[in-house]
Write a protein that binds this ligand. Sequence first.
Ligand code: IPM
Ligand code: MN
Length: 339
Amino acid sequence: MDQRTYRVAVLGGDGIGPEVTQAALDVVRAAGVAIETTSYDLGAARYLRDGFVLDDATLEQLRGYDAILLGAIGPAIGDTRIPGGVLERGLLLRMRFGLDLYINYRPFRGIAGSLAEGCEFAIVRENTEGPYAGEGGVLRHGTAHEVATQGSVNTRFGVERCVRYAFERAAALDRPKLTLVHKTNVLTFAGELWSRVVREIGALYPTVEVDYNHVDAACIYFVENPARYGIIVTDNLFGDILSDLAGAVTGGIGYAASANLNPERSSASLFEPVHGAAHDIAGTGKANPLAAVSSAVLMLEHLGEHEAARRLARAVQEFNGDVATLGTVGVTRQLIERL
Ligand code: IPM
Ligand code: MN
């Protein structure tokens, strides 16, 4: 069979983004997967240079790739030249919403020495609704009578497709378990919708054990008993917050990968490490590429390159070198040797 060449849009972005993305591409190619890349210069540096964030034409181009690989986006900490939201809403969320990347899948595996050592679980975060939808506004701005509202949008359609995806993932686990995380005792409108949908869809997956945690309690369990989790399904904002905590208890977000998925494949899906641009170490060769490489593993799975994904995931798992001394190039070389 002829080998397929995948067309991948690469958004290296800012800080360490381009370095770790390059490492991920090197490892993917070494695993024998043919990819043809097109680079897009987007992010903080681009915005500061010419004011461009993202336009409709670029978004439409991105839609047509087999996948999008993103490094990191954002200015250095303390750099106040870009108002909050310009890049988050204008670039990252615009891609998530515009390409209908309605699942944010974030798998975690506790590395040796971490609080969650040996635990494996994943967060399935709804990625197009909730408080991120942008519902709300401001009245009488800057006056004593200012009103600011920011609603949480939860549609039956949006919740159901997310919950269905989460159950599919949970059913495939050795110990099939799904935990809904929410705050149903306070957010009673949205909470009741999420709970009902989990109950209804859960009836179609009798092998999956279903559990529920309030989000505040989940924060305790993440630290004290992370082994209780398999798949966690939750809304956009809870999923954002919990995934940083999950990163912290499993060894640091330097290891955490994520997939922004359009499971129907009507658009390219986007793969990115959870960490930021770390401008302080950009260009020093010290950046840890493992999260970017793990994001590339998720990309390979989505592309159907399961064999290469398995080998690459194993290389990451078995990696036991010291990232600080090996540096980006050293880690990349070791991963390639282990393939
Ligand atoms: C993430 C990030 C984004 C989010 C920001 C940068 C908009 O924190 O991917 O977790 O809140 O989703
Ligand atoms: Mn986040």
